[in-house]
Design a binder for this molecule. Structure first.
Ligand code: NAD
Length: 726
């Protein structure tokens, strides 16, 4: 029987070793598409039919990666109505992998590149796993990060290979992607090879040494390592599982960890075949649900669109920055200098005095020392990174810089002044960027001669860890500058979103609504601890009042006053937010300006650590017995951000749905389960019309700020969703 042309090539040598080469002729990577399913079925039939002439099997791939996993384009379309098809298709793959696993011949996975998700599940069905130590090669089950679980036997087999606890903690619940050496240390692969030849030699050596291989779980007397819940010793640990789960999700609606845990624990108490069915049921439930669709949309499709430059002007040659000037070595400047140097860019770090500039460089020294101590980098690499940062107080040292990133205090005239000092010192066509978090870029650009080369580059704190940069195009910013800024952000390994100029741009303006809403609820008389709890359970990484303390209460006040002035100067009227009165009292009456001032919504110990909510909040603001539904508390925060994002689309500040979704999750902590701030609207119960109806309800109860904007109503009326149409 012929299996050509297929996505799995059959190569047999004269010693009886069959190499199955995964090589989809129509795609750059192998995925679990229909062609693969058909090929797998055909190859399995042939292996069984020709078993007597086969000594062993090697599974490898002709692509750069071993296997890319499930086809997310298919998965995102699964509905409750088509769920049965997904179940049946998944079970068919599982049955075929099981037939290969129980062939009675040794089967070795030779992982020539990344084996994630479905790819690693194929490897798990083999008796032995050899991974090539190729650069960028990753191994693991990241399904949880897309709201899914490994539905190709990954839960069943990792539990049987590693035991329930290790399978959950090392593989399934975090979705960790290991490099080959770390994968070996953690028991995910058996051997690591240095070259392709070495990998295949190791695979053959295994076949030679194990002529009648079987999985441990198919041998007599096998027991799951570490026991199962039916053993008293293990049962004692069981109550810790839900507690861990709560810790991981903070009570936010992430169904995948719960299903993974259930599939692992329930599947451990039954035979292998039943466990496969249990796994498939839990998988299909996730795939048909809304959260996985939200997460696939954001973390796969939107992220890909954003990073691949869907918003980068076409026709501008890709560029690289060799030497960057960072102006201001404070918190942000120091972090930006580190991130640039880490990416191999030379940095001149300028502050008002050499002492301040050195202090900024000391931040990189601290991060490097930590990375070396944790084994994340070598002494040599750390030393080279530090050697790339030159601290200075002299403008003359900026000669030859091909980009400038300004991060001095948030003050327009100061920013104008520092650009004037250096504009003619740096390279004549240097890109001129400001890291302002709120000031309109068009006005800042008036401080330089080459306004077309001026652009906003808004980093987030802490810069070394935050993945997002918001690029702000001023009215006079040219396409070339935009493309170069985009390339610079990619060069330092961050994700760029692009927005048009406006006060607060996208991120600072929208996060302000979240904070104001939390504060307003305290002002209404709701228990402050409940407000914090509502933010956590909605899935926000930082509780709302603690975040306000971090940012300080004085900063939003200053921004508010400036914005109010600008609105009134333009002839508009300022719509006061109910949070404003409370913030003013906190600062003026109670002297509590936030964490840096040692007192805010929280109290702080001598060491600066948070020491509980300030009891005065309850005394002055809480109305005993006053409560609103918990869902209202959560949705007031989520809706306030989503509604303002729609207004930003109306105003033309935002021009891309993907940018809004990614920017909201990566920049300002909008909960990941939603798929981002606009996907939250698309995926809301009842779709966009359901969202509009709920916004109207919130407007009736809590104020006009929840009234749905015209664009939103129009989408609902036309049966449309927010999409870039890609
Ligand atoms: P910071 O106070 O920590 O640092 C400002 C630095 O600028 C200080 O070291 C100061 O000495 C230096 N400076 C002042 N005048 C200078 C001059 N003439 N020449 C050179 N250096 C000078 O402030 P920061 O938090 O790092 O913020 C800097 C900028 O980044 C602001 O525009 C801010 O709005 C923006 N930003 C801040 C955050 C944040 O989370 N803190 C986030 C994004 C953007």
């Amino acid at each position: 029987m012929s299996t050509e042309p297929t996505t799995i090539r059959w190569e047999q040598d004269d010693t009886g070793v069959v190499t199955l080469v995964l090589d989809d002729p129509d795609q750059s990577a192998n995925t679990m598409n229909q062609a693969f399913r058909d090929s797998l079925a055909a190859v399995t039939d042939r292996l069984e039919a020709e078993k007597d002439s086969i000594r062993g099997v090697i599974v490898t791939s002709a692509k750069k990666t071993f296997f890319a996993g499930g086809d997310l384009r298919d998965l995102i379309r699964v509905t409750p109505e088509t769920a049965q098809d997904l179940f049946d298709g998944g079970m068919a793959i599982k049955r075929n992998l099981r037939r290969i696993e129980t062939l009675g011949k040794p089967v070795v996975a030779a992982l020539n590149g990344a084996a994630l998700g479905g790819g690693y599940e194929i490897a798990l069905a083999c008796h032995h796993r050899v991974a090539l130590d190729a650069p960028g090669s990753k191994i693991g089950c990241p399904e949880v990060t897309l709201g899914l679980l490994p539905g190709g036997g990954g839960v069943v087999r990792t539990v049987r290979m590693l035991g329930i606890t290790d399978a959950l903690l090392k593989v399934l619940l975090q979705g960790t992607q290991y490099n080959p050496r770390r994968a070996q240390e953690n028991g995910l692969v058996d051997e690591v090879a240095d070259s392709r030849e070495d990998m295949l030699a190791k695979a053959r050596a295994f076949i030679d040494a194990h002529p009648e291989s079987a999985q441990p779980w198919d041998r007599p007397g096998y027991r799951i390592p570490g026991g199962t819940p039916s053993h008293p010793k293990f049962a004692a640990n069981l109550p810790a599982f839900p507690a861990n789960l709560r810790k991981q999700t903070n009570g936010a609606p992430y169904p995948a960890p719960r299903n993974i845990m259930a599939a692992a624990v329930e599947g451990s108490q039954v035979d292998f075949e039943t466990a496969q069915v249990i796994e498939a049921r839990y998988f299909v439930e996730l795939a048909a649900g809304q959260t996985s669709k939200n997460m696939i949309q954001a973390f796969f499709f939107d992220l890909q669109a954003v990073n691949s430059g869907a918003n980068r002007p076409k026709g501008v040659e890709p560029g690289k920055v060799a030497k960057v000037a960072v102006l201001g070595a404070g918190m942000m400047g120091a972090g930006i200098a580190y991130s640039c140097a880490r990416a191999g860019i030379d940095v001149v770090l300028k502050d008002v005095s050499l002492e301040s500039a050195l202090k900024g460089k000391a931040y990189s020294e601290k991060l490097c020392a930590k990375a070396v101590a944790k084994g994340r980098t070598s002494q040599e690499k750390a030393a080279a990174l530090l050697a790339r940062i030159t601290p200075t107080a002299e403008a003359a040292d900026l000669a030859g810089c091909d980009a400038v990133i300004e991060a001095v205090f948030e003050d327009t005239s100061l920013k104008h002044k520092v650009f004037q000092e250096i504009e003619h010192v740096v390279a004549p066509d240097a890109l001129l960027c400001s890291n302002t978090s709120t000031l309109p870029i068009t006005a800042l650009a008036e401080g330089v001669e080459r306004q077309g080369d001026f652009i906003g580059l808004h980093f987030f704190s802490p810069v070394d860890r935050m993945p997002l940069v918001e690029i702000i195009k001023g009215e006079r910013t040219g396409d070339e500058a935009l493309a170069r800024a985009f390339d610079l952000v990619r060069q330092i390994g961050k994700t760029p979103i692009v927005v048009n100029d406006s006060r607060g741009f996208f991120t600072s303006r929208v996060i302000g609504h979240f904070i104001n809403e939390g504060v307003a609820m305290v002002g209404e008389g709701i228990e402050p601890a409940s407000v914090e709890q509502a933010a956590a359970q909605a899935g926000y990484p930082a509780k709302v009042l603690s975040l306000m303390d971090e940012l300080t209460l004085t900063l939003p006040r200053k921004i508010r006053e400036e914005t109010k002035r600008a609105v009134e100067e333009a002839g508009g009227t300022w719509a006061a937010h109910p949070a404003e009165a409370l913030i003013d009292r906190m600062v003026d009456e109670f002297g509590r300006p936030g964490r840096s001032g040692g007192a805010g919504f929280y109290e702080y110990g001598e060491d600066g650590r948070r020491a509980g909510l300030w009891p005065g909040l309850r005394e002055h603001f809480t109305k005993p017995g006053y409560e609103i539904p918990f869902a209202d508390m959560q949705e007031r925060m989520l809706f306030s951000e989503a509604l303002d994002t729609v207004r930003l689309l109306e105003e033309g500040v935002l021009t891309s749905v993907a940018d809004a979704n990614i920017g909201s999750i990566f920049g300002i902590g909008f909960p990941g389960w939603t798929g981002g701030v606009l996907q939250y609207i698309n995926g809301y119960d009842g779709g966009v019309p359901g969202f509009v109806a709920r916004a109207r309800e919130l407007a009736d109860r809590y104020g006009e700020r929840f009234t749905p904007p015209a664009l939103l109503v129009e989408k609902a009326d036309n049966g449309e969703v927010f999409t870039d149409g890609r």
